[in-house]
Design a protein around this ligand. Structure first.
Ligand SMILES: [Zn+2]
Length: 357
């Protein structure tokens, strides 16, 4: 990988300065016939070449749009292929737009591969390989796997990105797909485990471009549930539980003192309801999760704000009607004792606890 760095500090996205906890990587391609990095990355650092039109993305709103991604892959002035990092990897990018259930901007590192006229097999092979290496590098850095990689069009299908076709209008022309791409990243990653991987020669230690002094502040929760049509009193942290043993929970409202939370409930015998982020029992759009019917699962995800580090997670659990608590869940994590949510489809719940840790 030929990795360089030119952070687009003039872009409004960088200036917004929001931070994410990377959960995946989204692959894009530019959709315009211009393989030169200087079209998007500037000013010229002596390698990129000059952008004579001044339309690179190191400005507030490139082309009048609020857009920015974490890296570009394309050609330097001398024709060699390079990757330019253009945002800190854990900064929130503006690349995916909104899908039906959310936005990969909140979760994914993104990069754009500069398209040419999509007929040059040699150029394609070179940028494909560069992209594989970039993804392997990022996977290792953020403890991700090839399964966490998807392209913009796949993101649209999953409801976390706007309706774009990249990169599936291009890769198949040369016998590749996102599946071959993920397989190639996986191969590269297994090479890393055996120590065969090269580090980028010019990698410099990461330095925060905008120094913030985060602290490990305590984040408090306040939450309440509804049973039998009545909201029960609010509970704080783990001082108590929300619910009444033996009474099925139908709705849940969660408030946190710092940062943001999104949560949703699953209706017994039904589906997941949309995510909500608010805390207001009079706002049935966004103030609580539930529709008055007994629920059998709840999912909560906590977004740690920039002023708090290390990252925290929502830790929560539920108990089945008249039963003991099931194991604690953390955000939407899945492992041997975590399903990505608390609960079990088909079983009503009577107690709920949540804390941010
Ligand atoms: Zn895209």
């Amino acid at each position: 990988m030929n990795l360089h760095k030119l952070i687009l500090t003039e872009n409004a996205c960088f200036q917004a300065g929001r931070v994410i906890k990377p959960k995946g990587i989204m692959v894009h391609s530019t959709g315009a016939n211009n393989p030169n990095l200087c079209r998007y990355v500037g000013p010229d650092d002596g390698l990129l070449g000059e952008n004579r039109y001044g339309n690179h993305w190191n400005q507030e709103k490139p082309g009048g749009s609020y857009v920015c991604c974490h890296a570009f892959i394309g050609k330097l002035a001398d024709g060699t292929i390079a990757t330019y990092q253009t945002l800190p990897w854990d900064m929130r990018g503006w690349h995916a737009g909104n899908g039906s259930v959310g936005s990969a901007n909140d979760t994914h590192i993104s990069f754009e591969i500069c398209e040419d006229d999509l007929t040059d097999a040699k150029y394609f092979a070179a940028v494909y390989q560069e992209a594989v290496e970039l993804c392997a590098y990022l996977c290792e850095k953020y403890c991700l796997t090839e399964k966490d990689i998807l392209c913009h069009s796949e993101g649209y299908t999953r409801g976390i990105a706007s309706n774009h076709g990249d990169v599936m209008h291009w890769f198949p022309k040369f016998g590749k797909s996102m599946d071959t791409f993920r397989a190639d990243v996986k191969k590269k990653l297994s090479g890393m485990e055996t120590g065969e991987i090269e580090r980028p020669d010019n990698e410099k230690p990461e330095q925060p471009e905008k120094p913030v002094k985060p602290s490990n502040a305590k984040v408090n929760t306040e939450y309440r549930v509804r049973t039998n049509g009545k909201w029960l009193p609010a509970v704080k942290n783990l001082e108590d539980y929300a619910g009444l043993p033996g009474d099925a929970i139908t709705d849940v409202a969660i408030k946190i003192s710092e940062g943001k939370v999104k949560y949703r409930v699953h209706i017994k015998g039904g589906d997941w309801l949309p995510y909500v982020t608010g805390y207001n029992i009079n706002d049935h759009q966004n103030g609580y999760a539930g529709n008055g019917k007994p629920i059998d699962a709840i999912e909560v995800y906590y977004y740690t704000p920039n002023n708090i580090r290390p990252y925290k997670r929502a830790k929560y659990r539920v108990s089945p009607l008249h039963g003991d608590y099931w194991p604690w869940q953390h955000d939407n994590e899945k492992d041997s004792s975590q399903d990505g949510y608390a609960g079990a489809f088909g079983q009503q719940l009577d107690r709920f606890q949540i804390v941010i840790e």
